[in-house]
Design a protein around this ligand. Structure first.
Ligand code: SF4
Length: 431
């Protein structure tokens, strides 16, 4: 009797040291499984069970259970080196910002299939990357479950002219299988669009070709500096190569995926480079014309989505950075628009939701009010220190500032007070 692990879609590579299996799960995760049976021999992805057929059948079940158990409880991200919690049925996908789906009452559903990032940007608002000081766990959502729940939410909101936007606390293109996800979302959003944010590092020509084929409408590509040294410094990664990202930008520009470059201004840090990214993008747009029409607006999307760096409680802030308000930021962008106008180039840098076809849309009802006290089941360890995750009324709830350890809380029913419910993202404290 034998088990062929290559038949399991989520197992993307198998290695072994003796009877210890090292499984790569969905490309970016791994788990180790000790097979405690001497009758077992491992050869590549094949596990041979050399014993009486009746006992072999029992051992097979035992091995498969061990593998499932380790995937569920002992998964590690190869990117961030953090423990990763595999989310499947029974854990609602509404309520947390680290994974699942977010509905902010517009025709956009934010899709967060995983968290974790390959970069360590010095300004990261969610303190992501391998060297994060605050994040203790990552999450990964099972593809079928994610699509199933997306469909339910899309049907509730009204499927017409929807946008599924892949973003999150990390790099969305690290989700695997990304192409299948885009394709399945596109099948639901027939007359709508699928868009994605990316820092560009995991993108390759092949992946872009596949995403184009799957129906991805737009990539919002982060480029924050053209100068190599500055770009590396901002990304917090020595092997970050801006030439590669610029090459990828050019490749996207030649595809049917609309390229939007999204530079972030860190006042007093990358002011000149921020402007250089705007210049670069406008030149690129003049050089390579793209004619991808957004079906929500029947127009082309903007080519630039300039952002201002803000300071968040659990985010990172470069020491030299000055904090600006939006009035100042918009007046800078206005001056750039005028500078270009004088050269006969019309470029829109101050954008409105309507530029992307975004409009108000029926919102999921709130299930808890702020201040409300309720009982929740603690089901998972949390994203940051002092947090566990509870479930009640088909929502997940981040229970913060926990005094007791996660081991003590898991599996218990606890009483909490809701501190925040905006956009159905629930934060609570134990009482
Ligand atoms: S790419 Fe985004 S998520 Fe990743 S570290 Fe940079 S800012 Fe954070």
């Amino acid at each position: 009797m034998q088990i062929d692990l290559s038949k399991f879609k989520m197992i993307t590579n198998v290695e072994n040291i003796g009877n210890k299996l090292i499984l790569e799960i969905n490309k970016n995760y791994c788990t180790e499984v000790n097979i405690p049976y001497p009758e077992v021999e491992i050869e590549g992805s094949i596990i041979k069970i050399n014993t009486h057929p009746k006992r072999a059948e029992n051992l097979k079940m035992g091995i498969l259970n061990l593998i499932s158990y380790n995937i569920a409880t002992n998964l590690k991200s190869k990117i961030t080196k953090r423990r990763t919690i595999y989310i499947s049925q029974n854990i609602p996908l509404i309520g947390h910002t680290a994974f699942g789906l977010i509905d902010r009452g517009r025709n956009i559903i934010q899709v967060r299939g995983h968290c974790g990032c390959n970069l360590n940007c010095i300004f990261c608002s969610v303190d992501e990357g391998e060297f994060s000081k605050t994040r203790k766990n990552d999450f990964y959502v099972d593809l079928d479950y994610l699509v199933e729940e997306y469909k339910k939410l899309a049907e509730f909101k009204g499927i017409k002219k929807l946008e599924a936007h892949l973003d999150g606390q990390g790099e969305p293109s690290l989700y695997y299988p990304l192409v299948d996800l885009v394709q399945e979302l596109k099948e639901i959003n027939k007359d709508g669009i699928i868009t994605m944010q990316s820092n560009g590092v995991p993108l390759s020509y092949k992946l872009i070709d596949e995403l184009e084929e799957a129906g991805l409408h737009r990539i919002n590509l982060s480029i924050n500096a053209i100068d190599e040294k500055m770009a590396k410094m901002l990304a917090g990664k020595r092997d970050y190569k801006i030439e590669k990202i610029l090459d990828i930008a050019e490749y996207i520009k030649n595809s049917k995926i609309h390229l939007l470059v999204a530079p972030i201004l860190l006042p007093n840090v990358n002011d000149e480079e921020f402007k250089k990214v705007i210049d670069y993008t406008i030149n690129l747009d003049l050089r390579i014309k793209q004619n991808v029409i957004n079906p929500l607006t029947n127009k082309k999307d903007p080519i630039l989505g300039c952002q201002l760096c803000e300071v968040y409680q659990l985010g990172r802030k470069p020491k030299k950075m000055k904090v600006w308000n939006y009035k100042k930021f918009y007046s800078l962008l206005k001056s750039y628009e005028e500078e270009y106008k004088k050269k006969g180039i019309n470029v829109k840098l101050i954008l409105k939701p309507e530029d992307f076809g975004t409009h108000r849309r029926k919102k999921l009802p709130y299930v808890f009010k702020v201040g409300e006290k309720t009982l929740v089941d603690v089901v998972l360890d949390g994203r940051v220190k002092g947090e566990v995750i509870g479930v009640a009324k088909d929502r997940v709830i981040q229970i913060i500032n926990c005094k007791e350890s996660e081991e003590k809380l898991l599996g218990r029913k606890v009483k909490v007070k809701i501190l925040r419910n905006k956009d159905n993202i629930y934060v609570a404290e134990m009482i």
